[in-house]
Design a protein around this ligand. Structure first.
Ligand code: CA
Ligand code: CA
Length: 80
């Protein structure tokens, strides 16, 4: 009985990020215009910039760009 079937399953459904949709910048469980507005407000900023919003850096490369906007747009309208 060396197998531990639960070892892999623990990562599913209980992860820190599991109930947050990529693109849900404000964390209200829905990807919509409010999130797009936050991203647009931070668009073009780098990490450390006063206007930079870490939650809007969806690909976590330290820069708010079209790549982040495309992640948001890809999930636009989705809710948890
Ligand atoms: Ca949202
Ligand atoms: Ca980014």
């Amino acid at each position: 009985m060396a197998r531990r079937p639960m070892a892999g399953a623990r990562h599913i459904g209980h992860g820190f990020f599991s109930n947050k949709i990529p693109g849900d910048v404000n964390g209200d469980g829905y990807v919509g215009s409010a999130d797009a507005g936050i991203l647009n407000g931070a668009y073009g900023t780098w990490e450390g910039d006063p206007l930079y919003v870490p939650e809007a850096d969806l690909d976590e490369d330290g820069y708010i760009s079209s790549a982040d906007a495309s992640v948001l747009n890809g999930n636009y309208g989705q809710s948890v």
